[in-house]
Design a protein around this ligand. Structure first.
Ligand code: PGA
Length: 249
């Protein structure tokens, strides 16, 4: 049985006070944290206070980014150890917004994933095609190359700890969701690729869908055999909306 994960990516939203208010609305609704795991990924500035707020609960804490060096003269960057010591367990790596606006390549994603794993963080590695790729029939080519490049050099033991998020870029924040069948096709393709690259561990890896997931479409997406949860942006910013997704699964 793969773990179902519902992760909220708050992106560059919520001041510290707003973040604490949001988490208060989620506490107590997270279930046992095993069958369905709730993760919240606030901005860096709110991580400490959210970490304190969820202490003793079954909500898990994620960061939205991390650097690929352990320490040093990298102004503005944050190392894995800094996240771990304040109670962060997960980190989103290679989100399409990082790839697009901050020029993150598969190589950079791979460097980040390797240091995150070595440090003890669980990476949520994002892949996904842009609209033009899809329209040109290049979805598998693009997503396959991202999977290969982002996870290059990892072994099966390391892969057991990795979470993948398939996020078609054209569906992020646009209100356009991939149909459950469309998403399932790519999730299956990703799992086959993981199997090809890493062997049977592929069956144990949770692959999340992201891109305009909300309470009204979460159940049918997650009912697909290879969709193991969601990475949610917009609908994670209000407790009641996020809980609709949690309740739907
Ligand atoms: P969205 O964002 O749910 O607002 O489409 C998803 C994501 O970017 O992780």
């Amino acid at each position: 049985m793969r773990q179902t994960i519902i992760a909220g990516n708050w992106k560059m939203n919520k001041t510290n006070d707003e973040a604490v208010e949001l988490i208060q609305g989620l506490l107590g609704h997270e279930g046992d944290g095993e069958k369905v795991r709730m993760i919240v990924c606030p901005p860096y500035t709110a991580l400490c206070d959210i970490s304190r707020a969820i202490n003793g609960s079954k909500i898990y804490l994620g960061a939205q980014n991390v650097y690929f060096e352990e320490s040093g003269a990298y102004t503005g960057e944050i190392a894995p150890s800094m996240l771990l010591t304040i109670g962060v367990s997960y980190v989103i790596i290679g989100h399409s917004e990082r790839r697009e606006y901050f020029s993150e390549t598969d190589q950079i994603v791979n460097d980040k994933v390797r240091l995150a794993l070595k440090s003890g963080l669980i990476p949520i590695v994002c892949v996904g095609e842009v609209l033009e790729d899809r329209e040109n029939g290049k979805t598998e080519e693009v997503v396959g190359a991202q999977i290969d490049g982002s996870l290059k050099g990892l072994n099966g033991d390391q892969m057991k700890k990795v979470v993948i998020a398939y996020e078609p870029v054209w569906a992020i924040g646009t209100g356009k969701t991939a149909s459950p069948e469309m998403a399932q096709d790519v999730h299956r393709f990703i799992r086959d690729r993981l199997k090809n690259n890493f062997g049977d561990v592929a069956e144990k890896i949770s692959i999340l869908y992201g891109g305009s997931m909300k309470g009204s479409n979460a159940a049918e997406l997650i009912a697909q055999p290879d969709i193991d949860g969601g990475l949610i942006g917009g609908a994670s910013l209000k407790a009641e909306e996020f809980l609709k997704i949690i309740n739907a699964v």
